[in-house]
Design a protein around this ligand. Sequence first.
Ligand SMILES: [Zn+2]
Length: 355
Amino acid sequence: MQFPSVQKTQVVRTRASSRLGVSYLFFGLLLACSSSPPPSRYKGFVPPASVSTTVTMAAPAIDPELEIDLLAPFKTTPALLRTAHLNLLVHRPKAAIAATAEVLYGPVKPSSNEESFARYLRAEAYEQEGQPERGQYDRERADTLAIDLGLRRLLAGKPRPVAEEVPVVASPELAVQPRSAWKAAGPDRRNVEPMDPVRRVTIHHSAMYFRDTRPTTCAAQIQMIQRDHMSNRGYGDIGYHYLIDPSGRIWQGRELRWQGAHAAGNNNQGNVGICLLGNFMRGKKGQGPTSAQVQAMRRLVATVMLRFKFGPDAVFCHSDFKATDCPGALMEPVVAEMVRDLQRRSGRLADASAQ
Ligand SMILES: [Zn+2]
């Protein structure tokens, strides 16, 4: 039996000499089974073809570093998720996060099963990085989506995320950065109308890739949106009432006493516009909302609902009003989940407001 690359064989021998027998057997079996040669340095290497705990998280039969190497040419979801798992084994959380991102934000929408694995593995990677709170939302989503029994068991072994109980309590102390914090230009008073009684809220994204969390950069981004809205679109002020940056900071946009300009025409009446900074589309320039952003949105929406006494049925996406991609394919399920959650808790929310 000939290996195409002698050098790599030596790597196997030095790193895993004890498993050498197993490795030869492994490649031998693979060589015997595979019919069409994949574009790999090892003609016999066959990447995984499905996603499950038994396949994606199987104990490596060869040196994990070598398997990562062999998987590199394959950009399929099973190969990327296996790569993420192997990177966790060799303590490379950043590489694991990158592989899961290719699945979550790639051009093809992952299935629920695939997404559950991607989110679980990314949460594990954040934990390995010493930032478990960044993986909180991923873990929640994985928990919602997981159908694989092995994965369900792994998720059940972890304590429930703390944020689950915290977020939807509307808080009077909700911190909102004032307009002065981003040096807002004053509104053009001839070009704004008084707001009708608030009866609904609509979620948007800014449709520009943005992941900076520094206050000055976020402020500059909001200024730029205001300039665009006032100079290019002829609005009397920034169109949205609130903006949420990737760190979860909430910024005051147009004051609530003025009707917004975000949902087209009459749809703006009594409608609070909330824009999350970022481009939540699939594909190369897309990104997911951060978990801090999602938590801040949940708090803000719950607060507005309580203050103006309307229900979760009046929480919309921009795309509910017109044919638009806003707030993005990666955001719409998050909003839908928030609405379901608010519906489950609406009794408790009402209690909180009565106190
Ligand atoms: Zn929008």
